[in-house]
Design a protein around this ligand. Structure first.
Ligand code: NI
Ligand code: MN
Length: 222
């Protein structure tokens, strides 16, 4: 057991236990900070937090090339089905059993559409793989139920958007980390474009270890 996390830049990560690899929000084509290309991604599953293009990204191409199953909310799964992709649908509040462990969706305060099409509720995604629980908060503003979600899921790692404007900025992201109380918090969704905060030096949650990752960086957790 154990987990290796690779940061793809923006909000994308690869999670691998050595047997299974899961891509979350794999946005590479058109991502100015990406170090990998879609064809470099080898995975068995993809998890999407919401339908925005900077999160769906290269999902269809990667899913087809790898015969990977995509986990998303009902509307995203239905749309991907029309694109010839195998998708598992869920929604906030439940767990979906997966060959690698499980996926659960949580609420996020945001929006969700793709090329003008309604894509259901925007979410955070909790992925359990290699005995490690990773909470990707998706794109969200701050909400106090993050504390409840932290108590329920007790994540080891939280990926927290900190780029401001479309999500929390670094200060509110730090409050989010204090609510969730993961062992390690990783700031994401910043520095990709000029509109987003360019540094997260103000992301300093009390009592939570922070790990700032560069795009392309790999980290072995436990
Ligand atoms: Ni978004
Ligand atoms: Mn986004």
């Amino acid at each position: 057991m154990g987990l290796t996390l690779t940061f793809l830049g923006h909000a994308g990560v690869l999670l691998s236990d050595g047997t299974h690899t899961i891509a979350v929000d794999p946005f590479l084509t058109g991502n100015p900070v990406a170090t990998m290309q879609a064809r470099d991604i080898k995975c068995q599953a993809i998890v999407l937090t919401h339908g925005h293009a900077d999160h769906v990204g290269d999902t269809v191409a990667i899913a087809k090339a790898n015969r990977a199953t995509v986990y998303g909310v009902f509307e995203i799964a239905e749309f991907l089905g029309t694109q010839g992709v195998t998708a598992e649908a869920g929604n906030p509040g439940g767990k979906i059993a997966a060959p690698f462990g499980w996926v659960a969706f949580t609420q996020a305060f945001h929006s969700s559409s793709y090329e003008g099409r309604y894509m259901g509720m925007p979410c955070g995604a909790i992925v359990h793989v290699g005995g490690v629980t990773v909470y990707h908060l998706g794109d969200t503003g701050l909400f106090s139920d993050l504390k409840l979600l932290g108590e329920i899921y007790r994540p080891d790692i939280a990926l927290i958007p900190a780029g401001d404007r479309f999500t929390m900025g670094p200060e509110l992201a730090a409050m989010a980390a204090e609510f969730v109380r993961p062992k390690v918090a990783i700031p994401i969704h910043y520095g990709t474009w000029p509109l987003l905060a360019q540094d997260v030096s103000a992301f300093k949650p009390k009592g939570v270890e922070v790990k700032v990752m560069a795009p392309g960086e790999r980290w072995a957790y436990a």
